[in-house]
Design a protein around this ligand. Structure first.
Ligand code: PMP
Length: 416
């Protein structure tokens, strides 16, 4: 890509200003400028989120939903305001449809354990895809062991494009659920989930969407998608760890039994039996991640204030620029070249194992991921043990890409 093309694509995102909000980006690693290219694993946190959490703990902390005193009321208000922020973020009809979980993993396990155990029986089919994270495979394996359900796997082509026709061929009278990623964490493919959902709904099959890698990169509208369940994790949208989200259509959540039992989720308890609250509280046993939820609210406000068009323009520009630069490197092959791709770039080199690439890059201040990316079946499908993966967020620049390219040229020199 020529310099002028890149300049013409320059987005309206003030990345220099954004970078000043992320204190960690200023810290050198091995005396080198940090090029943080692992946001798909976990994103860094802006000062606004860090300050919110500190302020909530220093000034407005108490347990939620139970205290009769001012502080507890205040903490509850902030916690519930965060739930409303999440509902707006997903355009959910009601914040009662937002269940706070620990992360995406727990959100999917909740659906598998509660909805799955209740409504699935031996021989029922759950359709997933070849590009799922283990978090959207293993919970269904647990149900396979327990109930004898059958997993069907929708394929991608060599480039990583999701094959809608082949997916539709898998739907039949035994299909009870489609559980599908919105964006692949390993190769960046964007799945046409609106079409997937339309096809599933034609057969009255509900759809769970794993939005872990979509929520940081694009506007998600669960009503426009007509999703039945939509899940994401706080730490990838520039929020804290320990907080995740399950959106569930109200009729579905109301039909589901509790996932865990304990405090907060009951209406009454006697020695003989318990009765349960309505959703979402029915699914939030025990003390929740209070300040983490509040911090997630701030992260979402921060991200949305940037404007999705700007965020996407910057990330797509970086993806294109990085793709071009990496193609300059002899012996490097990009894994996953789907037409619709989020800013995630997986690659292998003929001269070095991804772990060696990761180690050399680290010494140059470049933080990338190397491994199977919790997507072992996908690695097998591409006949690779692992890949190296650079992923981009709101704070990344062309300088990060240039630093990555330089370090990869060094890998080439060292390993020949
Ligand atoms: N699904 C996808 C697509 C992911 O990328 C990840 C995180 N790598 C997860 C699920 C799991 O997220 P968490 O570990 O926060 O539960």
């Amino acid at each position: 890509m020529s310099a002028s093309t890149v300049a013409a694509m320059a987005p309206a995102l003030d990345v220099a200003k954004i970078r000043r909000d992320f204190p960690i980006l200023d810290r050198p690693v091995y005396d080198r400028r940090l090029a943080f290219l692992d946001s798909a694993a976990s994103a860094q946190k802006p000062r606004q989120v860090i300050d919110t959490i500190r302020q909530a703990m220093e000034e407005e902390y108490a347990n939620v939903h139970r205290g009769a005193y001012w502080l507890s009321q205040r903490a509850t208000d902030r916690f519930e305001t965060a739930r409303e922020t999440v509902a707006r973020f997903l355009n959910a009809p009601s914040s009662d449809e937002i269940v706070f979980t620990r992360n995406t993993t727990e959100a999917i396990n909740l659906v598998a354990a509660s909805w799955g155990r209740t409504f699935l029986k031996e021989g029922d089919e759950v359709v997933i895809s070849e590009i799922e994270h283990h978090a959207n495979i293993v919970p269904w394996h647990l149900l396979k062991r327990e109930k004898g359900i059958v997993l069907r796997v929708a394929p991608v082509d060599e480039a990583g494009n999701f094959l809608l026709d082949r997916f539709e061929d898998l739907l039949n009278d035994r299909t009870r659920l489609v559980a599908i990623t919105h964006v692949s964490n390993a190769i960046g493919t964007i799945v046409p989930v609106a079409e997937v959902i339309r096809a599933a709904h034609r057969r009255d099959v509900p759809v769970l969407v794993d939005g872990s890698q979509a929520a940081p990169h694009m506007r998600v509208d669960v009503q426009a998608l007509d999703a039945d369940f939509y899940v994401f994790t706080g730490h990838k949208v520039y929020g804290p760890t320990g907080i995740g989200v399950l959106y569930g259509r109200s009729e579905l959540l109301e039909s589901m039994p509790p996932y865990q039992g304990g405090g907060e989720m009951i209406q009454t308890v006697s020695y003989e039996e318990s009765t349960f609250k309505e959703p979402p509280f029915r699914f939030e046993a025990g003390t929740p991640a209070i300040v983490e939820a509040i911090g997630l609210g701030t992260a979402i406000d921060y991200l949305q204030a940037l404007g999705w068009e700007n965020v996407q323009a910057n990330e797509q520009m970086l993806l294109q620029y990085a793709t071009e630069r990496l193609r300059e490197i002899p012996g490097l092959r990009i894994v996953g070249t789907a037409r619709d791709k989020a800013a995630i770039l997986s690659f292998v080199m003929d001269c070095a194992h991804p772990h060696d690439i990761g180690t050399i890059l680290d010494r140059s201040g470049v933080a990338i991921r190397a491994g199977h990316h919790c997507a072992q079946p996908l690695m097998e499908r591409f006949e690779l043990p692992a890949t190296a993966r650079a992923s981009f967020g709101i704070y990344n620049t062309r300088d990060d890409v240039d630093q990555l390219t330089e370090a990869l040229l060094q890998v080439r020199e060292i390993f020949g």
